[in-house]
Design a protein around this ligand. Structure first.
Ligand SMILES: *Cc1c(COP(=O)(O)O)cnc(C)c1O
Length: 340
């Protein structure tokens, strides 16, 4: 372990590590896994990724457990989702076995950067795939580069687990109704920067985007899915324009285990008046509890949290997921891959 790193005060940012792993796709097949000590890539200036946005990525985490073992959470689901994203953008899908092998290598090679148990920090794993072929005409690439880089990240909530306020704005969409929202595409993030910037300027932590077709139903919170607790049920949007979050998928299972009904359905904006908890969920924060949701266009303010504290269900979700990922509670679903 690297003894010069202040594990308790890591930012959620990029800290250079020793190695990344890479694999290239040429002539219809993936080549050997390469280990690199460089954090640079050398690509053609006309590569499709630069001009036509052929870029997809993933985000997952490795944790040092109470027993000293290192676990990666739901690796197969991330591999599957990357394959879906690849199909969506006509890119070469990375086989699950290759994805797994490269994740394991990237984590093992950078073992000294895996934060210790109890620090609240983890090793963030960022796989990404880009189109390499030089093109001026719009067409998918034939050659691809798949990279896995890792970096240690601190707890998402530096000031502790607490509520933030978010807003609804109808003047922005991040994706189209049947567009790329269901895939993890870098371009979706580019398209959301303006809206997020605007929300931050107004003092909100995020935008709760509405469905881009009717602007009637809740979609998701920028880089995280949305759920709420209503009449004791777990409700989360069903939409073709949101990314299937693996955290959300896991929370739905935990909710059922906790005896709650789970509804994945259209949720209208005015239903927010009757929810007892709401949160954004994703790998970065697990659950980011929401205090208030302000509808900028109608001026309506939905106060979700009456006492200003994260609700009991959200608090329990975070506790349970953390316990499973750190080997403190049995992994009854087989969600963890043990690296070493
Ligand atoms: C990555 C991502 C999420 C969260 O997915 P997890 O698998 O839970 O990390 C949600 N929405 C969008 C748009 C994302 O890109």
């Amino acid at each position: 372990m690297d003894t010069t790193i202040d594990w308790g005060n890591l930012p959620f940012g990029y800290l250079p590590t020793d190695y990344n792993v890479r694999c290239e796709f040429h002539n219809g097949q993936w080549g050997p896994i390469e280990v690199s000590q460089s954090d640079k890539i050398d690509i053609h200036i006309a590569a499709t990724t630069l001009h036509y946005g052929q870029e997809i990525f993933e985000g997952l985490k490795a944790f040092r457990g109470v027993d000293g073992k290192v676990r990666i959470f739901r690796l197969e689901e991330n591999a599957k989702r990357l394959q879906e994203s690849a199909k969506g953008l006509l890119m070469a899908p990375v086989p699950t076995e290759l994805f797994r092998e490269m994740c394991l290598q990237a984590v093992k090679l950078n073992e000294r950067f895996i934060p210790p148990y109890g620090s609240g920090a983890s090793l963030y794993i960022r796989p990404l795939e880009i189109g390499l072929t030089p093109r001026i005409g719009v067409k998918e690439a034939e050659d691809y580069l798949f990279i896995i880089m890792v970096t240690p990240v601190g707890p998402y909530f530096k000031g502790g687990f607490k509520n933030t306020n978010i807003c609804i704005m109808r003047e922005y969409d991040r994706v189209a109704p049947q567009g790329t929202g269901r895939w993890k595409v870098g371009g979706n993030y580019a398209a959301s920067l303006g809206a997020s910037h605007r929300a931050h300027e107004m003092g909100y932590s995020a935008v709760l985007f509405l469905d881009p077709k009717e602007k009637k139903y809740l979609d998701e919170c920028g880089p995280a899915n949305f759920y709420a607790i209503k009449d004791g049920k777990y409700i989360t949007p069903k939409s073709d324009s949101i990314l299937p979050s693996i955290t959300n998928m896991s929370l739905m299972e935990l909710a059922r285990e906790m005896g709650m009904e789970v509804e994945q359905r259209h949720i209208t904006v005015d239903e927010l008046a009757d929810v007892s908890e709401a949160a954004a969920c994703g790998t970065a924060a697990v659950c980011s509890p929401i205090g208030e949701i302000d509808d900028i266009d109608t001026g309506k303010k939905y106060v979700i949290s009456k006492d200003g504290k994260p609700g009991p269900v959200t608090t329990e979700f975070v506790r349970r997921l953390d316990a499973i990922r750190h080997g403190e509670e049995p992994d009854t679903h087989g969600w963890n891959t043990i690296v070493m």
